[in-house]
Design a protein around this ligand. Structure first.
Ligand code: HEM
Length: 369
């Protein structure tokens, strides 16, 4: 078959060669074709471009820091009652850099608790838990519970007096819970020390569950899109930012979170050097002399007022309120001025926790174990 001659450009005209993307662009395209990274460039409304609306991302960053430093700590920590306390002291004093890593791990845990609580408050005050985001609120509540459980198990692991008394409370509370508390009791597995099981929870179950829930949380944020700003008009459904609001790609939002996260890491690094976490000597049984870490102070006050069950009632009521909030609050308004009941109750809960926390300083410790 005869072939046609290639078409020639008309005489007197010039042709521009087809634009060839640069090497980096081509590499990104090759990867994107296989992994679909550009799906992350979905639009995020402008009102989410600030610290308050990025607190969830900063919390996720702190979680990443905990995983990295945690993996390093695991290399030198011995999770058995005979060796745990000594191994923490050895890794802090004899392994190069590990004193800093332990400090970073400790302070990143405090930071994650604080940023998760602030994120929860942001979501509460902007009414972002309302339809259709009730399910994602519950995922958040579950993660918050896991963060608290992580702080508790982390305290036990160092196996000094503070950790040992924290474990004592764990065992007493397990007894009060009856069958429901079996996993938290030493009877659950007679041949495995409870320290080993709490270690398993701390390094596998808690971070693993957080990772699964965090993935679900992120997917739901993408699906529902970020909630509208309460002070701006929403779209006609009332659930989304209006189409007229300017947007930016989510990848830019991620960059901002990474910047906030790096600043946080720098600050935590300084704090870790200046105030490394302590570890006391091996515990003495039969005494109760320590006070819990500050995150549990409000429960400590309750415990001293009404006994050990105060911890169960206090924690139970707080989490019950968090769980039922999106289902009992049927007010569709998001602005705090048009939500007087939710605001009053929210402030009451905050004030109660703050007051109980401060009262810890003036509470005489009773013996409960
Ligand atoms: C504990 C770890 C948590 C992480 C890592 C996390 C992460 C995130 C991220 C990255 C977002 C996107 C918006 C933003 O950054 O503000 C988000 C949104 C959201 N989070 Fe969380 N979160 C956590 C805990 C919580 C808690 C404790 C709650 C509430 C009880 C919660 C409820 C929500 C809701 C309802 C949204 C959607 C907000 C909106 O559309 O404005 N999250 N979370």
């Amino acid at each position: 078959m005869a072939t046609q001659p290639a078409a020639q450009p008309p005489v007197g005209t010039t042709t521009t060669p087809p634009h060839r993307p640069g090497r980096v662009r081509r590499a990104v395209d090759v990867i994107d074709e296989r992994l679909g990274i550009t799906a992350l460039e979905y639009p995020v409304p402008e009102h989410a471009n600030n610290v308050a609306w990025s607190l969830g991302g900063v919390t996720a960053f702190a979680f990443g820091l905990l995983v990295v430093t945690g993996v390093l700590l695991v290399q030198f920590y011995a999770p058995v009652p005979e060796a745990a306390n000594q191994s923490v002291r050895d890794l802090s004093s004899q392994v190069w850099g590990m004193r800093f890593v332990r400090g970073l791990h400790y302070w990143a845990a405090q930071a994650m608790y604080v940023t998760a609580a602030l994120h929860l408050l942001r979501v509460f005050f902007t009414g972002s838990y309302k339809r259709p985001r009730e399910g994602n609120w519950l995922v958040g509540v579950a993660m918050f519970g896991l963060v608290i459980f992580g702080l508790f198990t982390g305290t036990v692991l160092k196996w000094d007096q503070e950790g040992f008394e924290a474990l004592g409370h764990n065992l007493e509370l397990a007894g009060l819970l009856g069958g429901a508390g079996l996993w938290f009791s030493a009877d659950f597995a007679n041949t495995v020390p409870i320290l080993v099981r709490l270690y398993g929870a701390h390094v596998v179950m808690i971070p693993g569950l957080i990772l699964v829930l965090l993935t679900l949380h992120g997917l739901l944020v993408k699906r529902h899109r970020i909630s509208p700003h309460p002070a701006l008009p929403a779209d006609e459904s009332g659930d989304q930012a209006p189409p007229a609001e300017p947007t930016e790609p989510f990848t830019h939002h991620l960059r901002r979170i990474a910047a906030f996260g790096l600043v946080l890491t720098g600050l935590l690094g300084v704090v870790a050097v200046l105030w490394p976490p302590s570890v006391g000597p091996r515990p003495v049984t039969g005494i109760e002399v320590t006070r819990p870490p500050w995150t549990f102070w409000w429960m400590f006050t309750l415990e001293n007022w009404v006994g050990l069950s105060g911890i169960l009632y206090g924690g139970g009521v707080l989490f019950l309120l968090l769980i039922i909030l999106p289902f009992v609050d049927r007010n569709r308004n998001r602005h705090w001025r048009r939500r007087p009941v939710a605001m009053a109750l929210g402030l009451l809960v905050l004030l109660t926790i703050a007051t109980l926390t401060v009262l810890m300083l003036f509470t005489t410790a009773e013996t409960h174990l």
